[in-house]
Design a protein around this ligand. Structure first.
Ligand SMILES: [Zn+2]
Length: 430
């Protein structure tokens, strides 16, 4: 009976994407190959890009989508999100207040809401790196994957692994280990291996460790254990680290990405390049930093941090480090969606002197490699999943045009169109 139910669910969801589409695109951009072409036809079948070219015979029965006045490119990616978390870590409101006020279920609901907003804005793949209670983002990932909601492909870290104390400070002993709502305490090689396995068991697609948030940090031996354990399971390792000796340990251990990395020196960036380690720099714009303050002591003063971030991003790019768009947005500003706020980060990339085409790479083909989805996503190419967006103005001429996404296709299914937004329902609802 269970098998029958499962089978009927599969048929339902596959029938929803069985439609063949032929897209007439004014201009196509494949940032990863620096390819820009005019007057292209894309044939989308069973969720995949089947053909691209200027002289393509449109298959009988295909539904035409006219994007001849648009720039069509692969869906966007953000390598560092916390979709189930909201504005809790300000100077006046500590991160721990989340544990008192929000259940894992509530956080999952926020996660799915933000996920649908992001998809509608053009983000078709995101990597969520923790702070989701008892694996809320795993349920968000499953709900989207099972067709309950239309949302981006979610790669989730599960709980953040850290030395004793998570990212908390000054918690009185009688309160107990409140941080374990969001963190796994792991000290020593054996505990780290167990923590990595625990997250993988619950569905993690990336392992996230917080390395230098305390007076103590992981040793090389501990970090190597995390990397070895994750890589055995085919899963990359992302490490929260600002710089210093802890960054040396992360780089030496061969992690896959350094998150934040605000204090990275040129020699450290060069070592990252040599080892193919990505920088997910969470490059906050000044306006967001001003609102966050020091985030309860988690980050330096805005006047110090803002110019430092621009300088570090510029140096990393100049030295050839693989940089990925990564926002760490957890704030909500009145009248603005989380997607609006993520696009604010483009101003930092522009200030760092990075060209629009390179920024687009950092939002498509580069994160696809870091997230290990590059064989199916991140390019505009035959054989890739049809995760596509269309914009009525050229993002290579002005990267800010990314804010104007009017068409989104996810896995071969239009979820937003210029003629009117398609409601963000999943394939089960059709
Ligand atoms: Zn973060």
């Amino acid at each position: 009976m269970k098998c029958l139910l499962l089978l009927s669910a599969l048929i339902l969801s596959s029938s929803a994407i069985a439609q063949t589409y032929a897209i007439r695109a004014g201009t196509t951009i494949d940032p990863g190959n620096s390819q820009i072409n005019r007057q292209q036809i894309l044939v989308i079948e069973d969720g995949f890009i089947k053909q691209i070219g200027s002289q393509i015979a449109i298959p009988a029965g295909a539904q035409m989508i006219d994007l001849s006045a648009y720039w069509v490119m692969p869906g966007l990616m953000d390598a560092h999100t916390h979709l189930s978390l909201a504005e809790t870590s300000t100077d006046t409101q500590p991160l721990e207040s989340t544990y008192l006020r929000e259940s894992t279920a509530y956080r999952a609901l926020r996660g799915i809401r933000n996920a649908t907003i992001l998809l509608s804005a053009g983000f078709t793949t995101i990597r969520d790196v923790g702070n989701s209670g008892d694996y809320a983002m795993e349920d968000v990932r499953r709900a989207i994957a099972n067709g309950l909601f239309a949302g981006p492909t979610v790669i989730d870290s599960g709980k953040i692994i850290a030395p004793f104390g998570g990212q908390s400070h000054d918690i009185p002993p009688e309160l107990g280990r409140v941080w374990t709502f969001d963190y796994l305490d792991a000290d020593g090689v054996a505990e780290i291996r167990k923590a990595v396995r625990t997250n993988i068991f619950y569905g993690a697609g990336v392992i996230k460790l917080a390395l230098d948030n305390s007076a103590y940090h992981y040793s090389l031996e501990e970090m190597r254990a995390a990397v070895e354990e994750a890589h055995h399971a085919g899963i990359p390792v992302a490490v929260h680290v600002y710089g210093g000796e802890a960054a040396d340990v992360a780089i030496e251990a061969g992690v896959d990405s350094i998150e934040h990395g605000f204090d990275l020196t040129d020699p450290q960036l060069k070592a990252m390049k040599a080892k193919g380690i990505f920088l997910a720099g969470t490059d906050y714009p000044r306006a967001h930093l001003d609102k966050l303050g020091t985030a309860g002591g988690l980050i330096p003063e805005p006047s110090v941090l803002a110019p430092k971030i621009i300088d570090r991003l510029a140096r990393a790019h100049r030295l050839g480090v693989r940089v990925v768009f990564s926002t760490d947005t957890v704030d909500d500003m009145p009248g603005r969606t989380r997607a609006d706020m993520m696009f604010d980060y483009l101003s930092v990339w522009r200030a760092a002197g990075i060209s629009p085409l390179d920024i687009l790479k950092s939002m498509t083909s580069e994160p696809a490699q870091l997230l290990r989805v590059d064989t199916t996503r991140g390019h505009l190419a035959v054989g890739q999943r049809a995760d596509l967006i269309a914009i009525p103005a050229d993002p290579v001429a002005d990267i800010e045009n990314l804010r104007r996404v009017e068409f989104v296709m996810k896995d071969g299914r239009p979820v937003r169109s210029p003629s009117g937004a398609v409601p963000p329902l999943g394939s089960r609802d059709r």
